[in-house]
Design a protein around this ligand. Structure first.
Ligand code: NAD
Ligand code: ZN
Ligand code: ZN
Length: 344
């Protein structure tokens, strides 16, 4: 079968012919219907060799949808032919976090060497993928896999971030979204659907700002050192109740710090290598700063439900599997609007 693989440290991904995998006991094989590209794939492909803790080649793809194709021994929860999405942040399945469906915060996954598909385990940017356990499958219930596969990460991750601070976003509040790409453009829609906050979007390119307005941002500003003053102006001098940073680089975290209001919150989602000092006086009084990771299984079901009721969608650029390397190059260069999705 064809698979998009990260083969050599520091080199671009390749489309390769590999063996079709067989599901072991308790596992499920999917015939992949769609797989999204995430900027985190570039984070992984940018790690120096000594930080690569999983074997290469690695089949990429942690946003995955598929049709159940073969059941391993003992699996009865799904039937061949079911249309499903994959819950990606796999945990141990036995701890209290996993019991609550919060496998994204499983404290054992690292120690046990459990990796999400495409981020250490073989991923879904291939014709077939093995899912380790049926609890990591969620029925699509009529959603088109290509249009909605990215909700498994680009939807779930911002949903989890927004839910955490939803009490800080009553009517009259302001939310800032920095970086309006894959995650950010869904975040804007989630904020509009779940809160009555005014959404101010920041990005570095005019076309991205235009897209942000199209998906629901009431204001869109260039992301630069003047942005905090403009945000204060738009909020009568008070600042943003919550800043969601989907870049996470030094300059964007500085914008977050300089834009957030007293007792507000910063959700630092992007993994752009920046850090934000904490401690008295380093941010306005009372500000909480959190670096969330992905989301829970039940939150994934909630995001998919929002999509089914028409309240959130994904702007999708579709690529054949043969063109995945080109799609990755475009993502790297900031040339994708919304999300790039590979259709095997
Ligand atoms: P993306 O490439 O689709 O979008 C990034 C956007 O940020 C682009 O629109 C780009 O123009 C914009 N941007 C770049 N520099 C900017 C700046 N200085 N100011 C404002 N905007 C800027 O990426 P994505 O797939 O949406 O991922 C966003 C970030 O979130 C990445 O760092 C990714 O690794 C991370 N991520 C984190 C989690 C998590 O669980 N914490 C999950 C998924 C992705
Ligand atoms: Zn991701
Ligand atoms: Zn666990």
């Amino acid at each position: 079968m064809k698979a998009v693989q990260y083969v050599t440290v520091g080199q671009a991904p390749e489309v390769r012919e590999i063996e079709k995998p067989e599901p072991g006991p308790g596992q499920v094989r999917l015939r992949v219907t769609a797989a999204g590209l995430c900027h985190s794939d570039w984070f992984v492909m940018g790690l120096p060799a000594e930080h690569v803790t999983f074997p290469l080649p690695l089949t990429l793809g942690h946003e995955v949808a598929g049709i159940v194709d073969k059941l391993g021994d003992g699996v009865s929860e799904f039937a061949v032919g079911d249309d499903v999405a994959v819950y990606g942040p796999w945990g141990c399945g036995a701890c209290s976090e996993c019991a609550r469906g919060r496998e994204n915060y499983c404290p054992n996954a690292g120690r046990l060497g459990i990796h999400p598909p495409g981020l250490g385990s073989p991923g879904g940017m291939a014709e077939y993928v093995i899912i380790d356990n049926p609890r990591h499958l969620v029925p699509l219930l009529g959603l088109d896999p290509v249009e909605f596969v990215s909700l498994t990460d680009a939807g779930l991750t911002p949903y989890h971030a927004v839910k955490n601070v939803i009490d800080k976003l009553p009517a009259g509040s302001t939310a800032v979204v920095i970086g309006t790409g894959g995650l950010g453009h869904v975040a804007i829609q989630l904020l509009r659907a779940l809160t009555s906050a005014t959404v101010i979007a920041l990005d570095v390119a005019e076309d991205k700002l235009e897209h942000a307005r199209t998906v629901g941002a009431q204001q869109a500003l260039l992301s630069n050192s003047e942005a905090p003053a403009k945000i204060r102006e738009l909020t009568n001098g008070i600042g943003a109740d919550v800043v969601f940073d989907f870049v996470g680089a030094k300059p964007t975290l500085e914008i977050a710090r300089a834009s957030v209001r007293v007792d507000g919150a910063i959700e630092a989602v992007g993994i752009g290598g920046g850090t934000l000092p904490t401690g008295f006086g380093s941010t306005p009084y009372g500000v909480s700063v959190r670096a969330p990771y992905w989301g829970s299984r039940s939150e994934l079901m909630e995001v998919l439900a929002l999509a089914r009721s028409g309240q959130v969608s994904v702007s999708v650029e579709r690529f054949d599997i043969a063109d995945a390397p080109e799609a990755y190059a475009r993502l790297h260069d900031g040339k994708i609007t919304g999300r790039a999705v590979v259709v095997p």
